[in-house]
Design a protein around this ligand. Structure first.
Ligand code: ATP
Length: 372
């Protein structure tokens, strides 16, 4: 409640409740909402700006999904995602306000994120310090604790899913994409191998039953990148990558970690713990010494030297994401377009990156391990 109130005081309006009338009235989507420009395109969907007809004040991101493009399995997964996301009401989790199931289209009325990806905001900074990394980590932990308290495992925590509400407020970070989220009512009750390679927990790769504690491993990976500017597990083949993750083999290289506070490194180590039973929970991580650290002291810990590395990692990550979207769209549209011609249409600087990324490596690192 306090968090929601705090959000209401930020530069952007925060809408606590679903606009009325809602889909529960039985009215159709276009009777209730007006659609405007396109905000983005996904493999299955077009995301457009939308307004509730009762008011022009508040703009939503409406994900319009063509049902013809969905297999039965995709459709079931989407309905699962919607049912979970509708329950999630937290200032640091993207809101799904309403959902319409119409004969040819699904409409998801979502909170509109105007600030893009969190990592893009960080790498644009001229100065960066441990306080900023700590503040971001704390926000992610609060959102994850809320999910876990509500018996939800996200299962795909990664930079692409950390979005910003506004162009100006760095603290309005929200977790998005609950496409792999699952309800967890008992310890070790999940078995599906899913996630994204560099962020996936060892127990998922081992194929042993797991639970929401797998998310805490991904938080550890994200925190490692927030501080070091590069991921803890990088290998040229997926096989080597998974071997390192299963063994929990990573290092704090002196060049990038020499000046990072020991408390931060200890927190990462308690998250990147192969044994999920001894891994820190979100609740415990929020009580951690570094997370509770003094603002002024943390602000003195400069991370500027790692920003260049961070920019490099982020550019490669964006490139992979762009490639991934193009491949997915082309797959659906059965296009035979030249791969790099399509890529040019994206905003990513291809020339610098083409040379140093082997296509095989890209393909290995950008696909989900396996979807339900
Ligand atoms: P997939 O279709 O595989 O889930 P995706 O996650 O990239 O891929 P979408 O979630 O459909 O696709 O989003 C497509 C694009 O629409 C995003 O890259 C972003 O630019 C824009 N977008 C999505 N959701 C929002 C939102 N809530 N606010 C603002 N823009 C959004």
């Amino acid at each position: 409640m306090a968090a929601a109130a705090a959000a209401a005081t930020t530069s952007h309006k925060y809408l606590a409740d679903t606009p009325q009338p809602s889909s529960e009235s039985g009215m159709r989507f276009d009777e209730l909402y007006r659609l405007k420009g396109v905000l983005g395109t996904g493999a299955f969907s077009t995301v457009r700006e939308g307004f509730h007809r009762s008011s022009n004040d508040f703009s939503y991101a409406v994900k319009c999904i063509n049902r013809k493009k969905l297999s039965e399995e995709d459709e079931a997964a989407l309905l699962d995602e919607v049912s979970i996301l509708k329950e999630m009401k937290h200032v640091h989790i993207i809101r799904l306000y309403d959902f319409f199931e119409e004969p040819s289209t699904y409409y998801l009325v979502m909170e509109r994120m105007r600030g893009g990806e969190l990592f893009d905001r960080i790498v644009a900074k001229a100065y960066y310090n441990e306080k900023e990394a700590r503040d971001t980590c704390k926000i992610v932990l609060e959102a994850v604790r809320y999910c876990h308290d509500n018996h939800i495992a996200h299962r795909d925590l990664k930079p692409e899913n950390l979005l910003l509400l506004s162009e100006t407020d760095d603290s309005a970070v929200k977790i998005a994409d609950f496409g792999f989220a699952k309800r967890v009512y008992e310890h070790n009750s999940l078995t599906t191998q899913c996630g994204t390679p560099g962020y996936v927990a060892p127990e998922i790769l081992e194929g042993t039953p797991y639970d929401e504690r797998a998310d805490m491993w991904s938080v550890g990976v994200i925190l490692y990148i927030l501080l070091g500017g590069y991921p803890p597990f990088i290998e040229s083949t997926q096989r080597d990558l998974f071997r390192k993750i299963r063994k929990g083999e990573y290092e704090f290289h002196e060049e990038y970690w020499g000046t990072v506070s020991q408390e931060a490194k200890d927190l990462i180590s308690s998250l990147l713990t192969v044994d999920a039973g001894t891994r820190l929970t979100a609740e415990d991580a929020l009580d951690n010494q570094w997370i509770m650290g003094d603002d002024a002291q943390l602000a003195k810990r400069d991370l500027g030297a790692n920003l260049e590395k961070f920019r490099n990692f982020n550019a490669k990550r964006k490139f992979r994401a762009a490639v991934s979207t193009i491949i997915a769209i082309n797959k659906f549209n059965s296009l035979k377009d030249d791969f790099f011609t399509s890529l040019k249409e994206t905003s990513v600087q291809v020339a610098d990156l083409k040379a140093d990324i082997k296509e095989k490596e890209m393909l290995a690192s950008m696909h989900h391990v396996h979807k339900d």
